[in-house]
Design a protein around this ligand. Sequence first.
Ligand SMILES: *[C@@H]1O[C@H](CO)[C@@H](O)[C@H](O)[C@H]1NC(C)=O
Ligand SMILES: *[C@@H]1O[C@H](CO)[C@@H](O)[C@H](O)[C@H]1NC(C)=O
Length: 699
Amino acid sequence: MNSDDKNQNLLNQVTSTLMNTTPDLNKLYAVAGAALVSGALYYYLNSGPKPKRINGFDYENQTKEVQGRTDGARICTLNESEKLVSYYYEDGKTLYDLFKKGEKLSNDGPYLGWKPSLNDPYKWLKYSEVASVAEQIGSCFIHLGLEPSKETFIGIYAKNRLEWSLTEIACNTYSMVSVPLYDTLGLEAINFILVQTQLKLVVCDDSEKALQLMNTKSNLEFIIVIDKISEEARNRATELNLRMFSFDEVKQIGKENLRKPIPPKPEDLATICYTSGTTGTPKGALITHTNIVSISASMCFLLKKQKDIRDGEERYLSYLPLAHMFERVAQATLTSLGGSIGFYQGDVRKLVNDLQELKPTIFCTVPRLLNRIYASVTEKIEKSSALKKAIFRWAFAQKEKEVAKGIVRNDGMYDFAFKKIRESLGGQCKMIITGSAPISPEILHFLRVVTGCIVVEGYGATETGGACSVQLPYETSVGNIGPPFACCMYKLIDVPEMNLVVSRDNRGEVCVLGHNIFKGYYKDEEKTKAALDSDGWYHTGDIGMYDKNGCLKIVDRVKNIFKLQQGEYIAPEKIENIYIRSKYVAQVFIYGNSLKSSLVSIIVPEETVVYEWAKQNNVEANFIDLCKNSELKKTIIQDVSQIGKAGGLKGFEQARDIHLHHELFSIDNGLLTPTMKSKRNELLAYFREQIDVMYKSLD
Ligand SMILES: *[C@@H]1O[C@H](CO)[C@@H](O)[C@H](O)[C@H]1NC(C)=O
Ligand SMILES: *[C@@H]1O[C@H](CO)[C@@H](O)[C@H](O)[C@H]1NC(C)=O
């Protein structure tokens, strides 16, 4: 099974679990009945709780121009001060210090948790216990001859798990630099990274990964294997004259050779985070302690405005890859609240199980998962009787009115209707943050209604330390990514190749400046220069604009926008993000040729939905043949066009023809990047023939 299939599979499983979590309709009936007979209800509806929005903050004026600048740079209005924030605590300017801070704030509470198996409850290590294991690990590294310095790189090639964080904290304790490696990079890229960084030591999950590492042309001297070491791996290590240790051995060696911590300085390198673009070799973003700490500080400023967030009480489920900065920053933030971080079981199919047991209070996730929750809930509602549907819509509409006022609660009159949805996320969520890709405004709004907690959208890139903006707590608007974090500012610049002039078009390329901006790409001056200008602004490659409240709205990618024959600008990703809401669509690629007047599309249909359609229409065929079925194609064109229209697409933004393809775009078949983004050039090449056929029939 390739990794994309796995993802798909996981999502299907998560979905099917969530499918069973639709509102409790019997209770809805009861309430509807009560509503009809109860005069008191009228009073209740008109005397709801007060909105909990941030005191004194003007949600209609979230950014302002920085005084004394002429480039139109904007910062958040939340704080009077125009000084960009680089830390929250005077004694918390590095990740090491934050960890020590977390220990104090939580009164040495539980810090890292894991679930040994499906039936075991979570086990926890306290902050002080984590500190002592991390000291053992770091001491072992030093004993093996690695310098406690910012020139020492430590590879981590593992899924999210206890040992990942222990190794990272060991690095932070002795001023070493972590270099995450991850599967979806592909072996070639991993080889490249090993060579570029001259890694001597890698901590990895299991013998299989160890063997992979030993098949590269690297300078590796030490491999530490977390799971049981196989005979084969041991033999291969001996052949290569490479030393291999189990995690327990490392702890033991460290214990016997314990060293005092040698903490880093704020400006020191903390990690090299490799990202891969759609082409070329991976780029290693240099990220300092200040980069990460300034973001967690900005998050703290926001979270402390949220009345229900308390030091030492927040819980977090770690499942988004730690190899990406978004998750690292989330964990740094939880640490600076003295919170607890529990790892998922390493299998996304068990995510619902993890959520229900851990009961996170803060949940960071991605639109893919939230889209599935939305799709499964709405589908279930659609399938229910007309009366039930009407009742759900009624409860939803009532609750919507509260949400529009910035009232965030889950114990109101209508909330039991959404109880099961909430419980599928553990039932104690105070805040959901979605990032990494844009989420549809409708779905974000829907989630605010049904979860009864704060649901906000964030934005960022590896080069901005993983994040640079998030909607403020109690935000009611959708379709924007909020004001910049307290650690940074935004400006928009002209894009000549697209004929975009900010002063005229009110949009331009988003640039970010601040304490969170990376220091460049490791050993790659050319790419560094392309991303960071001489004033330190990071050029995101995204086209943005400010909405009426001063929040940033991302319109599309610079290089993705193109013109059709008549000169209309097309942003294919925007269209794809709308089409993907169709239940028939698993994946979609929109293409337009600037010599043509219309768009065409490749769609990989959702297999289960297609089979359902086949059953209803008495068509007997396998999936490949169903993808060739013209009736199905008609149905899907109709569905996506309708969804496109509802999503605000103009006529020329709708695909005029589609081709149904039976195999998912994946990393393995070269159509997706390791971060699951479409490789547009490869997709075009791959589907050239089908695209030509579609255009021919349209001409
Ligand atoms: C927005 O806020 C800034 C300062 O926070 C203030 O100077 C400005 O007048 C406000 N604008 C509006 C339209 O309220
Ligand atoms: C504003 O920012 C400063 C740091 O620049 C901080 O000390 C202060 O507490 C902040 N004020 C508010 C109201 O968040």
